[in-house]
Ligand binder design. Structure first.
Ligand SMILES: [Zn+2]
Length: 200
Protein backbone atom coordinates (compact mmCIF):
# COMPACT_ATOMS: atom_id res chain seq x y z
CA UNK A 1 0.00 0.00 0.00
CA UNK A 2 1.06 3.58 -0.68
CA UNK A 3 1.64 5.95 2.21
CA UNK A 4 -1.00 8.60 2.97
CA UNK A 5 1.22 11.33 1.43
CA UNK A 6 1.53 9.42 -1.82
CA UNK A 7 -2.19 8.66 -1.85
CA UNK A 8 -2.93 12.38 -1.46
CA UNK A 9 -0.57 13.25 -4.29
CA UNK A 10 -2.16 10.65 -6.59
CA UNK A 11 -5.61 11.96 -5.69
CA UNK A 12 -4.61 15.52 -6.57
CA UNK A 13 -2.85 14.54 -9.79
CA UNK A 14 -5.88 12.51 -10.89
CA UNK A 15 -7.93 15.73 -10.84
CA UNK A 16 -5.77 17.26 -13.59
CA UNK A 17 -7.65 17.18 -16.93
CA UNK A 18 -6.30 14.41 -19.12
CA UNK A 19 -4.96 12.37 -16.20
CA UNK A 20 -7.08 9.62 -14.68
CA UNK A 21 -6.17 7.64 -11.54
CA UNK A 22 -3.98 5.23 -13.54
CA UNK A 23 -1.95 7.97 -15.27
CA UNK A 24 -1.76 9.83 -11.96
CA UNK A 25 -0.23 6.77 -10.24
CA UNK A 26 2.33 6.39 -13.04
CA UNK A 27 3.19 10.11 -12.94
CA UNK A 28 3.62 10.07 -9.17
CA UNK A 29 5.85 7.01 -9.36
CA UNK A 30 7.97 8.71 -12.00
CA UNK A 31 8.25 11.81 -9.76
CA UNK A 32 9.31 9.70 -6.79
CA UNK A 33 11.95 7.93 -8.86
CA UNK A 34 13.38 11.27 -10.06
CA UNK A 35 13.36 13.57 -7.03
CA UNK A 36 16.20 15.87 -8.14
CA UNK A 37 15.43 16.06 -11.84
CA UNK A 38 11.64 16.08 -11.72
CA UNK A 39 9.85 16.23 -8.37
CA UNK A 40 11.66 19.17 -6.75
CA UNK A 41 11.87 21.33 -9.92
CA UNK A 42 8.16 20.64 -10.51
CA UNK A 43 7.25 21.61 -6.94
CA UNK A 44 9.31 24.80 -7.27
CA UNK A 45 7.77 25.63 -10.64
CA UNK A 46 4.22 25.07 -9.32
CA UNK A 47 4.86 27.51 -6.46
CA UNK A 48 6.41 30.09 -8.80
CA UNK A 49 3.50 29.95 -11.24
CA UNK A 50 0.85 30.04 -8.51
CA UNK A 51 2.48 33.06 -6.87
CA UNK A 52 3.14 35.07 -10.03
CA UNK A 53 0.25 34.40 -12.37
CA UNK A 54 -2.22 37.23 -13.00
CA UNK A 55 -5.32 37.62 -15.14
CA UNK A 56 -4.93 40.26 -17.87
CA UNK A 57 -7.42 43.04 -17.15
CA UNK A 58 -7.96 43.67 -20.88
CA UNK A 59 -8.24 40.27 -22.56
CA UNK A 60 -8.49 37.70 -19.74
CA UNK A 61 -5.23 35.96 -20.67
CA UNK A 62 -2.83 34.83 -17.95
CA UNK A 63 0.64 36.28 -17.56
CA UNK A 64 2.90 37.58 -14.82
CA UNK A 65 1.47 41.10 -15.17
CA UNK A 66 -2.07 42.56 -15.05
CA UNK A 67 -1.62 43.51 -18.71
CA UNK A 68 -0.41 40.48 -20.64
CA UNK A 69 2.47 40.35 -23.13
CA UNK A 70 0.09 40.11 -26.11
CA UNK A 71 -1.94 43.18 -25.06
CA UNK A 72 1.30 45.09 -24.42
CA UNK A 73 2.87 44.14 -27.76
CA UNK A 74 2.91 47.29 -29.92
CA UNK A 75 3.77 45.27 -33.04
CA UNK A 76 0.44 43.45 -33.01
CA UNK A 77 -2.64 44.73 -34.83
CA UNK A 78 -4.45 46.53 -32.03
CA UNK A 79 -7.69 47.03 -33.99
CA UNK A 80 -8.45 43.32 -34.43
CA UNK A 81 -9.49 40.94 -31.68
CA UNK A 82 -10.01 37.23 -31.87
CA UNK A 83 -12.67 35.97 -29.46
CA UNK A 84 -11.87 32.56 -27.99
CA UNK A 85 -13.35 30.33 -25.32
CA UNK A 86 -10.29 29.72 -23.21
CA UNK A 87 -6.59 30.42 -22.74
CA UNK A 88 -5.63 27.10 -24.36
CA UNK A 89 -7.20 28.46 -27.58
CA UNK A 90 -4.88 31.49 -27.40
CA UNK A 91 -1.92 29.12 -27.01
CA UNK A 92 -3.10 27.05 -30.00
CA UNK A 93 -3.53 30.14 -32.21
CA UNK A 94 -0.16 31.50 -31.10
CA UNK A 95 1.49 28.18 -31.98
CA UNK A 96 0.11 28.52 -35.51
CA UNK A 97 2.11 31.75 -35.75
CA UNK A 98 -0.31 33.28 -38.27
CA UNK A 99 -2.53 35.58 -36.22
CA UNK A 100 -1.07 38.96 -35.31
CA UNK A 101 -4.00 40.72 -33.65
CA UNK A 102 -5.15 40.76 -30.04
CA UNK A 103 -7.45 38.37 -28.18
CA UNK A 104 -10.47 38.32 -25.95
CA UNK A 105 -11.06 35.28 -23.76
CA UNK A 106 -14.68 34.54 -22.89
CA UNK A 107 -13.94 31.95 -20.23
CA UNK A 108 -16.37 29.39 -21.65
CA UNK A 109 -19.41 29.10 -23.91
CA UNK A 110 -23.13 29.61 -23.46
CA UNK A 111 -24.87 26.44 -22.39
CA UNK A 112 -28.50 26.09 -21.33
CA UNK A 113 -27.80 22.57 -20.03
CA UNK A 114 -24.93 23.68 -17.80
CA UNK A 115 -26.70 26.92 -16.85
CA UNK A 116 -24.01 29.15 -18.37
CA UNK A 117 -25.47 32.54 -19.32
CA UNK A 118 -23.89 35.62 -20.94
CA UNK A 119 -23.26 37.16 -17.51
CA UNK A 120 -21.16 34.12 -16.57
CA UNK A 121 -18.82 34.83 -19.49
CA UNK A 122 -16.62 37.86 -20.16
CA UNK A 123 -19.18 39.30 -22.61
CA UNK A 124 -19.55 42.72 -20.99
CA UNK A 125 -15.75 42.98 -20.92
CA UNK A 126 -15.74 42.18 -24.66
CA UNK A 127 -18.05 45.12 -25.41
CA UNK A 128 -15.90 47.40 -23.19
CA UNK A 129 -12.74 46.11 -24.88
CA UNK A 130 -14.20 46.87 -28.35
CA UNK A 131 -15.29 50.38 -27.36
CA UNK A 132 -12.21 51.39 -25.37
CA UNK A 133 -9.64 49.99 -27.79
CA UNK A 134 -11.33 51.16 -31.00
CA UNK A 135 -11.62 47.64 -32.40
CA UNK A 136 -12.43 47.44 -36.12
CA UNK A 137 -12.64 43.67 -36.63
CA UNK A 138 -13.81 40.86 -34.39
CA UNK A 139 -12.90 37.30 -35.38
CA UNK A 140 -15.05 34.72 -33.62
CA UNK A 141 -13.03 31.59 -32.94
CA UNK A 142 -15.32 29.59 -30.66
CA UNK A 143 -15.49 25.82 -31.17
CA UNK A 144 -17.47 24.19 -33.94
CA UNK A 145 -19.72 22.62 -31.29
CA UNK A 146 -23.38 23.49 -30.72
CA UNK A 147 -22.47 25.57 -27.65
CA UNK A 148 -19.61 27.26 -29.52
CA UNK A 149 -21.87 28.15 -32.43
CA UNK A 150 -24.66 29.38 -30.14
CA UNK A 151 -22.13 31.65 -28.43
CA UNK A 152 -20.86 32.89 -31.77
CA UNK A 153 -24.42 33.72 -32.96
CA UNK A 154 -25.18 35.46 -29.68
CA UNK A 155 -22.10 37.68 -29.95
CA UNK A 156 -22.71 38.41 -33.65
CA UNK A 157 -26.20 39.61 -32.75
CA UNK A 158 -24.87 41.68 -29.87
CA UNK A 159 -22.36 43.44 -32.14
CA UNK A 160 -24.67 44.00 -35.11
CA UNK A 161 -25.23 47.73 -34.48
CA UNK A 162 -21.56 48.49 -33.88
CA UNK A 163 -19.35 49.77 -36.66
CA UNK A 164 -17.35 46.55 -36.95
CA UNK A 165 -16.39 43.73 -39.26
CA UNK A 166 -17.35 40.45 -37.63
CA UNK A 167 -15.98 37.22 -39.05
CA UNK A 168 -15.85 33.62 -37.94
CA UNK A 169 -13.02 31.11 -38.36
CA UNK A 170 -13.67 28.86 -41.36
CA UNK A 171 -14.57 25.29 -40.54
CA UNK A 172 -13.64 22.47 -42.79
CA UNK A 173 -11.19 19.84 -43.83
CA UNK A 174 -8.21 19.37 -41.51
CA UNK A 175 -4.78 19.58 -43.18
CA UNK A 176 -3.74 16.11 -44.31
CA UNK A 177 -7.24 14.62 -44.07
CA UNK A 178 -8.90 12.61 -46.82
CA UNK A 179 -12.51 13.42 -47.76
CA UNK A 180 -13.53 9.80 -47.45
CA UNK A 181 -12.77 9.81 -43.72
CA UNK A 182 -14.67 12.97 -42.81
CA UNK A 183 -18.16 13.17 -41.38
CA UNK A 184 -20.97 14.85 -43.32
CA UNK A 185 -21.04 17.90 -41.02
CA UNK A 186 -17.36 18.65 -41.65
CA UNK A 187 -17.73 18.27 -45.41
CA UNK A 188 -20.84 20.50 -45.37
CA UNK A 189 -19.04 23.19 -43.34
CA UNK A 190 -16.03 23.02 -45.67
CA UNK A 191 -18.29 23.52 -48.69
CA UNK A 192 -20.06 26.44 -47.02
CA UNK A 193 -16.79 28.18 -46.21
CA UNK A 194 -15.07 27.43 -49.54
CA UNK A 195 -12.66 29.99 -50.93
CA UNK A 196 -12.94 31.25 -54.52
CA UNK A 197 -9.63 30.70 -56.34
CA UNK A 198 -10.48 32.08 -59.75
CA UNK A 199 -13.73 33.91 -60.45
CA UNK A 200 -14.91 34.52 -64.01
ZN1 LIG B 1 -4.17 40.69 -22.41
Amino acid sequence: MESQEIKNLIKLMAKIPGLGPRSARRSVLSLIKNPEKLMLPLAKSLIQVSENIKLCSICGNIDSDVICGICKDEKRDKNTICVVEDITDVWALERSNTYKGKYHILGGVLSAIDGINPEDLRVKELIDNIKINNIKEVILATSATLAGQTTSFYITDLLKDMNLTVSRLAQGIPIGAELDYLDDGTIGAALDSRKILNKK
